[in-house]
Design a protein around this ligand. Sequence first.
Ligand SMILES: [Zn+2]
Length: 254
Amino acid sequence: MSTDDVTPSAAQVKAAGSGRPTHPREPHSGGTVGRLNWLRAGVLGANDGIVSVAGIVIGVAGATTDRGAIFTAGLAGLVGGAVSMSLGEYVSVSSQRDSERAEITQEKQELADDPDAELTELTALYEAKGLSAATARTVAAELTARGALDAHLDAELHIDPDDIANPAQAAGASALSFVSGALLPMLAILLPPAGLRVPVTFVAVLVALALTGALSARLGGGDARRAVLRVVIGGALGLAFTYAVGHLFGTAVG
Ligand SMILES: [Zn+2]
């Protein structure tokens, strides 16, 4: 193979730089993986919304046929769940962002204090990756000349400064996915006549869980059939249990 065969075109260099595949059928490119993670988080959030609000409305429906009471309980669960999900997400993404920012600040300081030691460090990182000492030195020197901070963030800290996590965005996305999932059991329990509420909700929730289970298994590269079986059996047991608890305690207390 001559060198010409492996020299990337300008378009391939551009694609690699922005996380797109440089040739067809490449399974692992940064951009796609990032989007899949987002999609997966959305599916899991919707799943949470379906399960927790279905548990609430079916539990309450086990105790009462009062539509207003079922609606109020479901709405409270929807709002409470969305708030708790987005708050948790906000806190965790904020601390991730803070630690990334602190690492960037420290790296800037180190580069200002001792650029020679930092160049040695970068050279060592590339040697450790398998480059020869001479090539590693050339790579480190060229990258340092182009932008020392970016070079260190990439090779040493694995941080993309253009891609720092956004807490508000993550919080909003998780609230949205939870609410979109929660709407399903709300509609399923409120729309049908009283006698059909619980069975309709059971079926709707199990079908939805099967779909989200299959989707998240596929996104994660797992076995879809086993994931669906697990989530449908787990969901059916959980819903039967909350209905029984609501029925027993609701009638005992009420
Ligand atoms: Zn460094």
